[in-house]
Structures are given as structure tokens and as C-alpha cells.
Design a protein around this ligand. Structure first.
Ligand SMILES: NC(=O)c1ccc[n+]([C@@H]2O[C@H](COP(=O)([O-])OP(=O)(O)OC[C@H]3O[C@@H](n4cnc5c(N)ncnc54)[C@H](O)[C@@H]3O)[C@@H](O)[C@H]2O)c1
Ligand SMILES: [Fe+2]
Length: 388
């Protein structure tokens, strides 16, 4: 067996209503004045107020930062950090999707030390500690609550990652009640993102290991079995809880066995077209798996029974084809657009997108098959319109 290292959060709390009981965790962490990080949409639907009220009722001081934008820019992070310093907070809580959690992670590190944000990008560049950090996801989703990564928008079309064990929170709190009102389209996109995390972790080239493999398989089963119900019957508590658990397990998997070409080709779509992260992944997923098949068919064949059903049979190649067909069907069932054309991507932009994808070497090195510029372009072309 290959030697491996596996890191994750110290504590996961998984219970309905857990978000209304954060005082207990804050006290254990020695925090008394919390920055609560969220976005305006979540404030507007009243999801965050009860969390703040429960903290106040338990005697904690709260400073609210509710201005997180999707795909958060650096400016958002710096504004939240300045507010935190001014208020003198000694702990950070995110209630939100990947955008809010990623802002909270970086803010907790910025406020604890004097390192500049520009020095934190890359792998293991955070040199100081962080404030106590509790992450409460409201999408099921990025898995950011258990990953060492924060993704920040650094320019008009570019994103950069801060990846450091320092950013793993003290506690990840999974409260499915918070996800009951997640709209169908967001449920579908974020759910497929989580499935991609599981699939890419399972084929990750260098760091795949027995722990990440088990997590990825379990995650894929939970997500595949529950995503349709979560999309079409949003108030189904059991489906929501399984999605949240699946997304967290997938997050633990890819935190240790990193994602690859699906994400590398998805990022330029987010950058140039502001297509949400999960949808960008969904749009290129089938074509990337088809491209990877010559190198990864034996691994895809292992995942096929989870998605296609136990009776899938034949060679590794035919099981892989059945897996890709089942994923295309799933994308259709949850009512996401199937092609780049349907997502209003311009065919004349495909070369530019392929050039941008090649910049994502941090991710491409994890892909089971090497991806050159011509390959990236061929994948985008294949994803552009459905074969007629
Ligand atoms: N840190 C990581 O490991 C990691 C991994 C993958 C992606 N990301 C990043 O995460 C971000 C995407 O996060 P996301 O997909 O969770 O979406 P998000 O946080 O950007 O939220 C998307 C939208 O959904 C709404 N929403 C969230 N929860 C809701 C709820 N329960 N009810 C109603 N509306 C709700 C929000 O208000 C927002 O408008 C991107 O910036 C991406 O790059 C980070
Ligand atoms: Fe993702």
C-alpha cells in the first residue's frame, strides 16, 4: 500500500437544529465575541437571524458581516477582516454556502496575525494561526466546512486558492434544517458539485488513498440516491440530511485526494460567464470522464454500480459508458442545462476557455490522464452541443 496522510476537522456535529446551539462550541473554544459571516440572500430569507439570536441569548457578543457575494472577491474578505479587527472579535462563524465559508476561513487567519492576504495564496503559505472557527454549511455542496481550501476571486475572471491546514475549522456543523429552503436549481448545481468531488477524489492521481476512497464511495451513494428527491421535494428532511452528509464526506475525500480536470475546466466558465461553480462542473463532467476513460476506466467501473445500479455488467469500458450515461440522465432529471450551448457559452470562446483551463495546473496534475491544450479544447467542443 502507498503511504498516505489524511487530515480532517477535529469535530463534526450533525444534528437537526444544531445551528441554534453554537454557544456550546464557542464556549469550548474560548470565544466570546463572534463574527457571523453570511450573504444578503440568506439574511433576506431569515435563515441567519435565529442563529444570531441564539448566540445573543447564550450571552455571546455578535458582529454581523452579511455582505458576502457569490464567488467572493478579495475586497469582500478585506472588508470583513477590517470590520473584525475594529470590533475586536475573538471567533468566526460562517452560516452559508461555500462563498461565506471561504470568506470566514480567510478572515479567521487574517485577523489572528499580520500576514497579508496576497502572501496566503498557494499551498501551505499561511504562516500564523487563526481565530476559533465554526463553519455551518447551508448548501450541500462544496464541502468547504471540512476542506483546508478557500477560493477567492482575484481579478475580473480569475480565482486563486488558499490551501492550508490552518483553514480546517475547529467544528463543522451539519444542520439539515438550514437546507430545507434551498431552491431546486441551487440544490441541483451544488449537489452535482459534491458528486464531482467524490468522483474526482476517487481517480485523483497522486494522493488517492483507502480512506478517501471509502469516503468518496459513500458520498457518491448518498448524493446519487438523494439528489432527485432533494431537488423535487425540497422539504424532505431525510433527503436533505443525506445530501449534507454526502457533501461533507465528499469534502473530506477531496480535501485529501484533490480534484482534477472537471474543476480545472469548470473554473474558466465561472470566470468568464459567471456560471455558478456547480453548474460549471456539471457542464463539463460527462465529456471529461469520456476523455479520462482510457486511463481511468477501471476506477470508473468501480463507481458504476453506485450510480447505475448493482446489475451493471460488461467490460470496464462499457461500465464507464453506462456511468457517463447515468450521470447525463441525472443532470437532465435535476433540470440542469446539458450543454455549453444551452448555458449561453459562445462557441468562438472555446479556445480562450481552453487556454485558461491550462493555467489550472494545480488541479490538472491530479487528473488520471494528462490534459494538453488540444485536449481541453476537444473536451469543451464535446461539451458544447449534444451529439445528434
Ligand atoms: N473551499 C472549498 O473547498 C471549495 C470547494 C468548492 C467550491 N468552493 C467555492 O464555493 C463557492 C460556491 O459555494 P456554493 O456553491 O455553496 O454557493 P454560494 O455560497 O455561492 O451560494 C449560492 C447562492 O445560494 C444561496 N443559498 C445558499 N444556501 C441557501 C439556503 N439554504 N437557502 C436558500 N438559498 C441559499 C446563497 O444566498 C447564494 O445566493 C465558490 O466560490 C467556489 O469557488 C470552495
Ligand atoms: Fe467543487
Amino acid at each position: 500500500m502507498q503511504p498516505f496522510v489524511f487530515n480532517t476537522v477535529r469535530q463534526v456535529v450533525c444534528a437537526p437544529g444544531a445551528a441554534l446551539n453554537l454557544g456550546q462550541q464557542c464556549a469550548t473554544l474560548g470565544a466570546s465575541h463572534l463574527l457571523v459571516v453570511t450573504d444578503p440572500g440568506l439574511m433576506a430569507i431569515g435563515l441567519v437571524q435565529p442563529v444570531i439570536e441564539s448566540l445573543a441569548a447564550a450571552g455571546f457578543e455578535v458582529t454581523l458581516f452579511d455582505q458576502v457575494r457569490e464567488d467572493p472577491p478579495e475586497e469582500t474578505v478585506l472588508t470583513a477582516a477590517a470590520l473584525s479587527r475594529k470590533a475586536g472579535v475573538d471567533g468566526v462563524i460562517a452560516v452559508g454556502g461555500g462563498s461565506s465559508m471561504d470568506v470566514a476561513k480567510v478572515v479567521s487567519a487574517l485577523v489572528a496575525g499580520d500576514q497579508a492576504l496576497s502572501e496566503m495564496y498557494g499551498v501551505d503559505q499561511v504562516t500564523r494561526g487563526r481565530l476559533p472557527l465554526i463553519l455551518v454549511p447551508t448548501t450541500a455542496g462544496t464541502g468547504s466546512e471540512v476542506t483546508p481550501v478557500a477560493v477567492i476571486t482575484t481579478g475580473a475572471t480569475t480565482k486563486a486558492g488558499v490551501s492550508s491546514a490552518v483553514l480546517l475549522p475547529d467544528v463543522a456543523v451539519l444542520d439539515a434544517d438550514l437546507t430545507l429552503g434551498l431552491p431546486p436549481a441551487v440544490t441541483a448545481m451544488t449537489g452535482v458539485d459534491a458528486m464531482v468531488h467524490a468522483i474526482e477524489a476517487y481517480t485523483s492521481r497522486h494522493k488517492k488513498n483507502p480512506v478517501s476512497d471509502n469516503l468518496a464511495r459513500q458520498a457518491l451513494a448518498l448524493l446519487n440516491d438523494n439528489i432527485r428527491t432533494a431537488v423535487h421535494e425540497g422539504s424532505n428532511q431525510a433527503a436533505r440530511a443525506n445530501m449534507l452528509l454526502g457533501a461533507m464526506l465528499a469534502g473530506q475525500a477531496f480535501a485529501n485526494a484533490p480534484v482534477a480536470a472537471v474543476h480545472a475546466l469548470a473554473y474558466p466558465l465561472g470566470g468568464h460567464y459567471h456560471i455558478p461553480h456547480g453548474l460549471s462542473n456539471s457542464l463539463v463532467l460527462p465529456s471529461v470522464l469520456e476523455f479520462n476513460a482510457p486511463e481511468a476506466a477501471s476506477l470508473y467501473a468501480e463507481l458504476a454500480p453506485i450510480v447505475v445500479g448493482a446489475d451493471v455488467s460488461g467490460s470496464d469500458e462499457s461500465k464507464t459508458a453506462a456511468l457517463v450515461d447515468a450521470l447525463r440522465q441525472l443532470i437532465d432529471d435535476v433540470q440542469l442545462p446539458a450543454t455549453l450551448e444551452q448555458a449561453a457559452v459562445k462557441e468562438s470562446d472555446l479556445e480562450m476557455l481552453a487556454e485558461d483551463a491550462m493555467l489550472q495546473q494545480r488541479l490538472l496534475v491530479n487528473n488520471p490522464r494528462e490534459v494538453a491544450y488540444e485536449d481541453a479544447l476537444a473536451i469543451y467542443r464535446a461539451a458544447y452541443r449534444e451529439a445528434s
